[in-house]
Design a binder for this molecule. Structure first.
Ligand code: ATR
Length: 290
């Protein structure tokens, strides 16, 4: 019988995960399908119960359910528990277990695309939402020394820092408002990562402009500074364009999308995912629909 996989979120629109995972399934010739489950908030609980009843093999979870889903799962792995968010659910002998592959996917693609070694590094992260939590945990687990978290709503940055502080006592952690990033010395930074939605297709021009103004790369940065954006649509965000023009090394969001997907795929099927096939499918889908 065909095993069912999919993505759960709302609204989903043209999810890139569908062509990405379907391309992997076709390439391997395995008996799976990957579907899109666009589910209204009031239907979430019922849908999960139905998934269990129908023996759905596994699914990805995206906005806005990455945190809420935890209440409906039977088990959660340690890494996802620490992060407080789940992006992958696997049906293990009738029990639904939650995982988070976002951070692992992020790190893998960052290292691959830029050669960045987190050990002892200083990082400025923009944003303090769900994706930020996964990125922060993975960077700290890999040994970064300092993390500045800058967020529009500074209280959210403070809350995230407090949460991280209880796990990583040795790291230096600072919350700040977006306005305050102009006071940071770029000389001391090794990585800037954007986890906010600013720069995504359809972001208000004024919001993007404001952030670019705050981040302007003049000549006082560390020459090895890497600038990373988890936004993948468009692959070259205004932030990355600006960094490129300043001669900095850049890292785009496609790799994270592909590698988090590959990690999820491995959890569901036990098979190493064909990442190149998946990357091509994402690029094609971005050109066609996005
Ligand atoms: P995700 O799961 O993708 O991380 P999220 O949890 O809703 O989504 O987080 C979105 C992040 O983008 C937050 O850090 C948010 O800032 P606030 O906490 O202040 O809302 C940030 N963000 C969204 N729109 C923004 C904008 N126009 N300017 C600056 N930051 C923005």
């Amino acid at each position: 019988m065909t095993s069912i996989l999919g993505i759960l979120g709302h609204p989903l629109g043209h999810s890139l995960s569908v062509p990405m995972h379907m391309s992997a399934i076709f390439a391997l010739g395995i008996d799976y399908v990957y579907l899109s489950f666009d589910v209204q908030p009031e239907e979430l609980q019922h849908t999960i119960a139905q998934f269990k009843k129908e023996h759905i093999k596994g699914f990805n979870v995206t906005i806005p359910y990455k945190e809420r889903i935890i209440d409906y799962l039977d088990d959660i792995d340690q890494h996802a528990k620490r992060i407080g968010a789940v992006n992958t659910v696997n049906n293990e002998d009738g029990r639904l277990k939650g995982y988070n592959t976002d951070g692992i996917g992020y790190l893998k693609s960052l290292k691959e695309q830029t050669g960045f070694d987190p050990e002892g590094k200083q990082v400025l992260m923009l944003g303090a939402g769900g994706a930020a939590r996964a990125v922060a945990f993975s960077l700290l687990e890999s040994g970064i020394k300092t993390l500045f978290v800058a967020n529009r709503t500074v209280q959210k940055a403070e809350r995230l820092i407090q949460h991280l502080g209880s796990y990583f006592q040795k790291a230096t952690l600072y919350p700040l408002s977006l306005e305050k990033i102009v006071d940071l010395s770029y000389m001391d930074l090794d990585l800037i990562v954007n986890t906010t939605s600013v720069g995504m297709k359809n972001t208000k021009q004024s919001d993007t402009g404001r952030l670019m103004e705050l981040l302007k790369f003049d000549n006082t940065f560390n020459k090895g500074l890497v600038v990373s954006d988890i936004v993948y649509n468009p692959p070259e965000t205004p932030l990355l364009r600006m960094a490129k023009q300043a001669g900095l090394k850049i890292h785009d969001g496609i790799g994270m999308l592909v590698y988090q997907g590959a990690e999820s795929f491995k959890i569901w099927t036990g098979i190493q995912a064909p990442v190149e096939v998946m990357r091509q499918a994402v690029s094609r889908a971005l050109q066609e629909h996005h």
